[in-house]
Design a binder for this molecule. Structure first.
Ligand SMILES: Cc1cc2nc3c(=O)[nH]c(=O)nc-3n(C[C@H](O)[C@H](O)[C@H](O)COP(=O)(O)O)c2cc1C
Length: 310
């Protein structure tokens, strides 16, 4: 994996191994953990632009980054120019240097509203959104899929549009909406897009090992990689890919993550933490009983003890 710095608009990013936005997972507790392991930047989960304007009650929690604006990108979604620009200019996003526009979310609730990946079928509308957000003066980036249906490849066209409209980087998830999260990413679609633009291109999809990251870089020529499920299943990929030294073991990482979640969320921590456990313990032998016990526990203290027994 070719490690390098990234320049996104007027912002310098310390390396090109990024942690993806993941709804329900990438809160500050998790983001701060992988930042310690070397992640170049991390993304908040998608936050509704309209919600930011109407003052949705979770906004502050979703965007909380402990003041670490240098390493955090805020991701927004929506399809109305007014709300998207207003969100970029809102108090909530005032301190973020980089704002990413979600054009990849496949979830029906989002898609039916014309948001997320629905924008991939309307490049003119997508262009208007990017141009309007750019007017906020923020470094705007875009995250896309390569289309909606099998065989689609809009990556080059959208990357050019994003660059021409003033976006400062583009992330390409090399799958179509129909794929959701399965199948091999389309490396050549990312490669074609990369050779058509000068802004940084970040490649995403199916990176679970160091070899996957190296292959992604080699096959696409991208400027960087974005880990999503692989970053949760093996957060230590960040340290190995970036050469960051760490004293964490899996057990101490899990415990610290749980305690940071507790600080952030209080009561709901144990229940929320459980969804990480299948990722953390995937493929580990002899952990079945402990996994089951964690899954039925509602107590942080109990889970800390169970992790110690792993
Ligand atoms: C549970 C889950 C939540 C996600 N939430 C977001 C999100 O909020 N914003 C976004 O742009 N992509 C989101 N994604 C997509 C990921 O960022 C990434 O593009 C996708 O998982 C492909 O990468 P992977 O194959 O390495 O997992 C999500 C994916 C998953 C599995």
């Amino acid at each position: 994996m070719r490690l390098k710095k990234l320049v996104i608009g007027n912002t310098s990013v310390k390396n090109n191994v990024l942690m993806a936005p993941m709804a329900g997972y990438t809160d500050y507790a998790f983001r701060s953990m992988v930042t310690e392991l070397g992640a170049g930047i991390t993304y908040t989960e998608l936050v509704s632009a309209k919600g930011l304007i109407y003052g949705g009650k979770n906004n502050s929690a979703l965007l909380y980054c402990g003041g670490d604006y240098e390493n955090t990108v805020a991701q927004i979604f929506g399809s109305e120019e007014y709300f998207m620009r207003a969100a970029c200019e809102s108090e909530y996003l005032k301190n973020f240097n980089i704002i990413d526009i979600n054009m990849g979310c496949p979830v029906p609730k989002v898609f039916k509203n014309g948001d997320g990946s629905a924008l991939l079928s309307d490049i003119k509308k997508a262009e208007r959104l990017v141009r309007e957000c750019v007017k906020s003066g923020k470094n705007i980036t875009v995250k896309i899929r390569i289309g909606l249906k099998k065989g689609d490849d809009i990556a080059t066209e959208f990357s050019k549009m994003a660059e021409d409209s003033g976006a400062k980087a583009i992330t390409i998830h090399g799958r179509v909406r129909e794929d959701y999260y399965s199948g091999e990413p389309n490396f050549s679609a990312i490669e074609r897009a990369k050779s058509a633009v000068s802004i940084p291109v970040i490649a995403n999809g199916g990176i679970f090992t160091e070899k996957d990251a190296a292959d992604m870089m080699d096959k696409t020529g991208a400027d960087g990689v974005m880990l999503a499920r692989g970053g949760i299943a093996n957060p230590f990929l960040f340290s190995s890919l970036t050469g960051t030294k760490t004293d964490y073991t899996l057990k101490s990482f899990m415990t610290e993550h749980l305690l940071r979640m507790q600080k952030l969320r209080g009561d709901m921590t144990a229940v929320e933490f459980r969804k990480f456990v299948p990722y953390y313990l995937k493929g580990k032998i002899g952990v079945k009983d402990i996994k089951a016990a964690i899954n039925s526990s509602c107590s942080v203290e109990e889970i800390v003890d169970l992790i110690a027994k792993l």
